[in-house]
Design a protein around this ligand. Structure first.
Ligand code: MEV
Length: 316
């Protein structure tokens, strides 16, 4: 056992396929490696403490809504036969929570990596995803597993629930603007809402299928570099997600503003009902223009991400 150990993870965005991925449709997701979560474990003889310092700078002593994390810690300690070891856990996250950027999955992944390192145990990628599902199930109810897969990935991934991950090759560069509305969107509630829509309307079923078809077409566009069509597919997905009831007036407004200011397409990302918008632009200058307009209209933060990142190394 080490005296101290660190585990890291990063943010994610869903490019195509949120919600439909829960029902077996494919999704395309991108790791955002510059926005990180770090977990530090330090051995102590005193009772265990957990402190979280999130992106807003607040220091929290184990908030109640994070019992998913407590359950995860208990599960790992039981599986590793280390129930009697005491340590302090410090969670430092730059990822805004409840904005569709994978904050809860990133905390889980960084924590699992830190604990396995602390106990000097090997950790396979499939083991990492299985354990992350413990807290994700607790927090989100019926997670597809895509959040944990993307916050632990080093390249854009093609994700189908229960199948092996694949890397999505991106041949030409373009840019994504990520804009945080500042409005909290709870993934669990949004997933529940879509479930009830599916129970009561056949058009919801069609929307789920179309979202899956858009993900398939988008994969081809990324391979061929057809960004104009990719933008159209984003707009179409945004309309379908709005019909499913998981958009928000601010997301709709941001999407409109992004398009009228030069974006090729725009849509919500993640669970929706708040959270973030993503907009695709051909070049960095237009991306900055779109980011500036969205900040002027109330976005609390923006990030500009190249589609073809030099950091991208492989599916895991
Ligand atoms: C949340 O980031 C994505 C959803 O599709 C839920 C899931 O895949 O578990 C809304």
């Amino acid at each position: 056992m080490l005296k101290t150990a660190i585990g890291k993870s990063h943010a994610k965005i869903i490019f195509f396929g949120e919600h439909s991925v829960v029902y077996g449709q494919p999704a395309i997701c991108l790791p955002i490696s510059k926005i990180q979560t770090k977990v530090t474990i330090t051995k102590t003889n005193a009772p265990q403490t957990i402190q979280s310092r999130y992106f807003d700078g607040k220091l929290i002593d184990m908030p109640n809504n994070e019992t998913g994390i407590q359950l995860l810690i208990k599960t790992i300690l039981t599986e590793l036969h280390q129930e009697n070891v005491s340590f302090n856990i410090k969670i430092q996250s730059e990822i805004p929570s409840e904005r569709g950027m994978g904050s809860s999955a990133a905390t889980a992944v960084a924590l699992i990596r830190a604990l396995f390192h602390f106990f000097e145990q090997p950790l396979s990628h499939s083991e990492l995803l299985r354990l992350a599902d413990v807290s994700e199930q607790y927090i989100h109810g019926n997670p597809s597993g895509l959040d944990a897969a993307t916050v632990s990935a080093k390249a854009p991934i093609w994700f189908i629930r229960g199948r092996r991950l694949q890397t999505v090759p991106i041949t030409k560069n373009a840019f994504l603007v990520i804009a945080d509305t500042g409005i909290l969107g709870q993934t669990g509630l949004a997933v529940q809402h879509v479930k009830s829509q599916l129970a009561s309307s056949t058009s919801a079923e069609t929307a789920i299928e179309r979202l899956g078809e858009n993900a398939k077409s988008a994969r081809e566009c990324l391979t061929t570099g057809n960004f104009k069509k990719l933008g159209t597919l984003m707009n179409n997905s945004q309309n379908l997600l709005a019909k499913l009831g998981v958009s928000h007036p601010t997301l709709d407004l941001f999407a409109q503003l992004a398009i009228t200011n030069g974006a090729l397409g725009a849509k919500l990302t993640g669970g929706g009902m708040g959270g973030c918008l993503i907009a695709l632009t051909q070049d960095k200058k237009t991306a900055q223009q779109v980011a500036d307009i969205l900040i002027k209209n109330g976005a609390v933060n923006t990030w500009i991400e190249p589609l073809k990142s030099p950091d991208h190394k492989g599916a895991q």
